[in-house]
Ligand binder design. Sequence first.
Ligand code: FES
Length: 572
Amino acid sequence: MTRGLHKGLTSYGDKDFSLFLRKVFIKAMGYSDDALERPIVGITNTHSDYNPCHGNVPDLIESVKRGVMLAGALPMVFPTISMHESFAYPTSMFLRNLMAMDTEEMIRAQPMDSVVLIGGCDKTLPAQVMAAASVDLPAIVVPVGPMVVGHHKGEVLGACTDCRRLWGQHRAGTIDEAEIEQISGRLAPSVGTCMVMGTASTMACIVEALGLALPMSAASPATHADRRRVAEASGKRAAEMAVSGAPKPSALITPASVRNALIVLQAIGGSTNGIIHLTAMARRAGVAIDLDEFDRLGREIPVLLNLKPSGAHYMEHFHHAGGLPRLMRELAPFLDLDTPNVSGGTLGESIAAAEEVPGQDVIRSFAAPLKKQGAMAMLHGNLAPRGAVIKQSAASPALMRHTGRAVVFESVADMAARIDSDELDVTPDDVLVLRNTGPKGAPGMPEAGYLPIPLKLARQGVKDMVRISDARMSGTAFGTIVLHITPEAAVGGPLAIVRNGDRIALDVEARRIDVLIDEAEIADRLAAWKRLPPRALASRGYARMFEASVLQADQGCDFDFLLPADDKPEKE
Ligand code: FES
């Protein structure tokens, strides 16, 4: 079998010359023949000055390299795209598939026998796993790890559940300019990913649950020695995989491991983004996700993890309470314990080794769950023929069954222009509707689904309202918020025809989201609906490719041409 430097030779029409030339150039870096004959472990470098969440990547690379070399292989670090939530215009979701393509092609193009994927900020782990699943080269994931918590006036807080809560107080006038400025320096006190159960933490847990990362990889803080030790161990394991050629992602991402991950997603109070990313990652490996099954699991599996925004604690507390293996021990009766882990063991073995921490309140038992049902419920109805999602664990119980008058915003810009106006005709019982914010509509399905409470209501002390949209929401947010309405308005989904004053009914127990007008009226309005004119943004380049190829939320927002060849997606 072709290995190491001999793999994937550049085409010059003479194999031996291609290898000779490759050695000529790589020897410029001072490598010996001994080093160049070793199996090669590729290591992704997603460090960027624009990505503080990945600020510890250089340290982790050093640790991974140490592990690789201790096991006798050659580590080769290569750069890929990096992206941070707050430094990605128009939204990081717009770029996820670009990162997946970049990572996939760099793994294919360069000689390596296994690859270590170091990532963490929301879209990076999904992009890297999508890439690895498509290449199907032995791969191991090292999440960068969560930030440590911050402190302000004696309160423990962190990014970004508390960012939203405290900004809400600032908007309502209870926190002044000087204090909010001071708070801005305390919410993200270290490098690493957001330390609540936002999308980054959710994806780290999902990746570990799938068996793609070593046990205890998800929760150890970015700045702790444990994080670097797991990186070293991952490097060592990657070197073994470079020699054995196993396990490949296709052996790890299976219907059984994906079902385990869906159970974990419900039990951790995971981010709604998690279901989109898991759909995309699994589908690259040829595994389809059944969203109805995910909903059924949500009725059976309670939220057991007491972390913000559903609960009280932060990721470092989860780590100290035993991490994901300990949580999965609680879920063991529902899980397939024979699923393999990239470590070479099984999920059952990881769970058996989990630490028991006396007196901890972070990982709850089935007898005393944080929430009786799982994190998310999948909704259907005349507004969402192909589904929508609500994070019920972070919603207001009093609003889970609610009917109200629609207050419609045509776009993010329209919402931004009018939501704080004193002229806005809105009451606390109304339903805020935001549309044209889906995968094609915005484009990139921004995290705009967390519509702010209109200022005049916020000043009255209103904290939550029913809000619905075809957008996404940060996993760190709290509220009674229906997201991912599919099909989206921009492709003619029924959300496009809702008018101000229509009555909208949400019933989470019945899993329904409906506009209360009759079918004939809906059909008439849809017949009269006109697609918005194409935006200038989509006239060329990646944006044009995105708009032509992106799939809807229920299909993971992947590009149609990136799916396995035998997978025929539903097109709009
Ligand atoms: Fe990077 Fe939250 S902004 S994980």
